[in-house]
Write a protein that binds this ligand. Sequence first.
Ligand SMILES: [Zn+2]
Ligand SMILES: [Zn+2]
Length: 265
Amino acid sequence: MNDTSIPDLVQQGLAAARVGDIEDARRLLQDATRQTPDNIAAWLGLAGVVESLAEKEACFNKVLALDPDNSEAKAGLVRVQQKLGYQPAGPPQEPVSEPDPGLTYCYRHPQTQTGLRCNRCNRPICPKCARRTPVGFRCPDCIREQEEKYYSGGNLDYVIAAAIALPLSLLAAALFTFVLNRFGFFTIIIGLFVAPAVAGFIAEAVRWGVGRRRSRYLSRVVAGCVILGAAPFLLILLLAGNFFALLAPGIFVFLGTATVLARLR
Ligand SMILES: [Zn+2]
Ligand SMILES: [Zn+2]
């Protein structure tokens, strides 16, 4: 491995740590420190994933040998040495309360050490609790709070959604089965264009029906209706052995469910 791949190695190691793959993280970061012993980011990362306090202490000491003013390593070392049960030697250390990304404990699992924090409330969370969101790692409390704000619909919305989506899906599946199948080869091409449009219309009709309120399972309920709507036709064609005719309603089911799942998220 040449030197240009070292930053990658560190990045991969930190990424593995973030998703809770501690063993992989340890291996990658150990590789990185072996190949570039003066890499501070690699040592700090390694400190967060090694098992014993003595190993953590060694990592922080390495960092401080390279960069005596590194505050992350200083704070980490204080923590480790307090846990090891002796007072740090040398110049006065920074307060222990200083945020230390390398050595904190999950607020839901006080025994679990973690380098992760919720990027909304900044509380430390272990990889098991952390939920990866498009904007970073979040704790379950923040996720729930945001979901409650986001999902304004009640259970009645599922009933309304099904009452709209099921008849429309039945109708659409009937049209696909009995009309579109007459177009021979063009069935596929027309189906590929028409199925998402029809399913998009169903999704919009549902959205209008529930007053644009969002509900957690709305997309799945409507996708279920698309499948249920097409099921009788698929079953009849299957029992009749008319396999080529399965194509049109089949396209409707596949593209239709994908479309409503995407539209009603
Ligand atoms: Zn949070
Ligand atoms: Zn936890």
